[in-house]
Design a protein around this ligand. Structure first.
Ligand code: S3P
Length: 434
C-alpha cells in the first residue's frame, strides 16, 4: 500500500488576497458531455482540470470523440452528434465522480452498443438504483453489482420510451440522467422534484439548442432532438469557493476577494446560511457568464453565531455541509442540521465524517439519522480522517485555522478531484497548511 498524503493545518495569518477559484465541476462535466453529443465544434473555457472532470473527458475520448486541450482549462470538443458515439473497447472509469457515472448511465443506456461503467473505491459504494430503476422503467437494461452498486453493465440496443417521473430523492444527477436518456426516448420525458435541484442540465441543453421546458422542480423534453455546438464559459465553482468563504469569516483580520464565482441560486444555500450566521460577504461586479450569474465575493472576518439551518436550504447547499460544519465549530452557540440524510451517501458519509472529526478535535456533536447538532467550543489539535473525501479534507484544513493545536488531516489526495492547487492557493492567502 502506498503512503497516504496528509496535511497539517494550524492557525496561520489573517487571510488576504484576490483569488481565482477553479471552474465549476457540475458545469465542466456537462459542458464536455453535451459538446461531445452536439453537431459541430464547441469550445469550453474555464474547464475544471480536476480528476473527476478529466475522467469524463477521457471517457468521451474512449467513445470516439476528439477533444483537444490547446491550453489548461480549455477544451475544444469535436462533437459527433447525438448518434455518433462509438462502442468503447474497455470499461469506462468515472474515478471518484458520481456526476460522471450517473449522467453517463442515462446516456449510455440509450446507445446501440454495450458499455461498462466503473469507479474508484468510494464511487463503488455509492447507490445507483436511483438511476437504474427509473431507466429500467424507460426500457433500459443495466446490471449492477449486489445492492445496486457499480460496476454498471449497460446493455445497449434497447428502444427507450419516455417517462413521467416524480423523483423520490432531491438529486440533480438523477434528473440529468433521465433527461439525457429522454433525448433518445420516444415521446416527452418529464422529471418532477419536490425539492428543486441545480438546473445546469436544463440551462445547458437549452444553450445547445434543445427545446426544454423547465421551472424549479420540473423539466420536460421531447426525444429525438439534436444538439447544436456552442461555446461554454465555466464559472468559478461556488462549492470550492465555500472553503475560503468560511475560512475568511472565522479568521480575525481576514479579507478575501474570490473572483467571478458562479451564483446559480440552486447552489448558493451556504451563502444564505452564512449570512444568517452573521457572515460579512458582499457581491461585487455582478455579471452573466455563459448564461450563469457570477460575481466577485468579498468576504471579511465577522463573528458567527449558530443557527438552525432551514431544511428548505438543504438541496441548495448539499455539497457545502462540510464547510458549514467548520463554520459552526467556530461560531457562538449550537448549529442544528436536519433533513440532510443524503449526506450519508456522498463521496463519504459526510455526517459521520464531520461529526467524528470535530469530536476528535474536542467538540460535542450530536448526530441524528439526517443531521447533527454542532456545539462549538475550543478546537484542539488532533488527527482526523477525511475518508478520501475531498470536501472533508478541505473542511478540516479550514477548521485548523481556528484550532489551538495542529490538525492532521489524513488522506488528502482526493482534493485533486475537485480542487487542484487548493493547498498552494490556501497557503498563498495565509492558511497555516503544510
Ligand atoms: C451534482 C449533484 C449533486 C451534488 C454533486 C454534483 C451534479 O449530487 O452533490 O456534487 O452535478 O448534478 P446529487 O444529485 O446526488 O444530489
Amino acid at each position: 500500500m502506498t503512503d497516504k498524503q496528509n496535511w497539517i493545518a494550524s492557525k496561520g495569518k489573517p487571510l488576504q488576497g484576490d483569488i481565482d477559484i477553479p471552474g465549476d465541476k457540475s458545469v465542466s462535466h456537462r459542458a464536455v458531455m453535451f459538446a461531445a453529443l452536439a453537431d459541430g465544434v464547441s469550445q469550453v473555457d474555464g474547464f475544471l482540470e480536476g480528476e473527476d472532470t478529466r475522467a469524463t473527458a477521457a471517457i468521451f475520448s474512449q467513445l470516439g470523440v476528439r477533444i483537444e486541450t490547446p491550453s489548461p482549462s480549455r477544451r475544444i470538443v469535436h462533437g459527433v452528434g447525438i448518434d455518433g458515439l462509438q462502442a468503447p473497447s474497455q470499461p469506462l472509469d468515472c474515478g471518484n465522480a458520481g456526476t460522471g457515472m450517473r449522467l453517463l448511465t442515462g446516456l449510455l443506456a440509450a446507445q446501440r452498443f454495450d458499455s461498462v461503467l466503473i469507479g474508484d473505491e468510494s464511487l463503488s459504494k455509492r447507490p445507483m438504483r436511483r438511476v437504474t430503476e427509473p431507466l429500467a422503467q424507460m426500457g433500459a437494461r443495466i446490471d449492477t453489482a449486489d445492492g445496486g452498486l457499480p460496476p454498471l453493465r449497460i446493455h445497449g440496443g434497447q428502444a427507450l420510451h419516455s417517462i413521467d417521473y416524480a423523483s423520490p430523492v432531491a438529486s440533480a444527477q438523477v434528473k440529468s440522467c433521465l433527461l439525457l436518456a429522454g433525448l433518445y426516448a420516444q415521446g416527452e420525458t418529464i422529471v418532477r422534484e419536490s425539492h428543486p435541484t441545480r438546473d445546469y442540465t436544463e440551462r445547458m441543453l437549452s444553450a445547445f439548442g434543445v427545446e426544454i421546458d423547465y421551472s424549479p422542480g420540473y423539466a420536460c423534453l421531447r426525444g429525438g432532438q439534436r444538439l447544436r455546438a456552442t461555446d461554454i464559459q465555466v464559472p468559478a465553482d461556488f462549492s470550492s469557493a465555500a472553503f475560503f468563504l468560511v475560512a475568511a469569516s472565522i479568521v480575525p483580520g481576514s479579507c478575501l476577494r474570490l473572483r467571478r464565482v458562479g451564483l446559480n441560486p440552486r447552489r448558493t444555500g451556504l451563502l444564505q446560511a452564512l449570512r444568517m450566521m452573521g457572515a460579512d460577504i458582499v457581491e461585487e461586479n455582478a455579471a452573466e457568464h455563459g448564461g450563469e450569474a457570477v460575481a466577485d465575493l468579498v468576504v471579511r472576518h465577522a463573528p458567527l453565531r449558530g443557527i438552525e439551518v432551514p431544511e428548505a436550504l438543504v438541496p441548495d447547499m448539499i455539497d457545502e455541509f462540510p464547510a458549514l460544519f467548520a463554520a459552526a465549530a467556530c461560531a457562538e452557540g449550537p448549529t442544528v442540521v436536519r433533513g440532510a440524510a443524503e449526506l450519508r451517501v456522498k463521496e463519504s458519509d459526510r455526517l459521520a465524517a464531520m461529526a467524528n472529526g470535530l469530536r476528535a478535535l474536542g467538540l460535542q456533536v450530536d448526530e441524528t439519522a439526517d443531521g447533527a447538532t454542532i456545539h462549538p467550543g475550543t478546537l484542539h489539535g488532533g488527527r482526523i480522517e477525511s475518508h478520501g473525501d475531498h470536501r472533508i479534507a478541505m473542511a478540516f484544513s479550514v477548521a485548523g485555522q481556528c484550532s489551538d493545536g495542529e490538525v492532521v488531516v489524513g488522506d488528502t489526495a482526493n482534493v485533486a478531484t475537485s480542487f487542484p492547487g487548493y493547498e498552494t492557493l490556501a497557503r498563498g492567502v495565509g492558511f497555516g497548511l503544510r
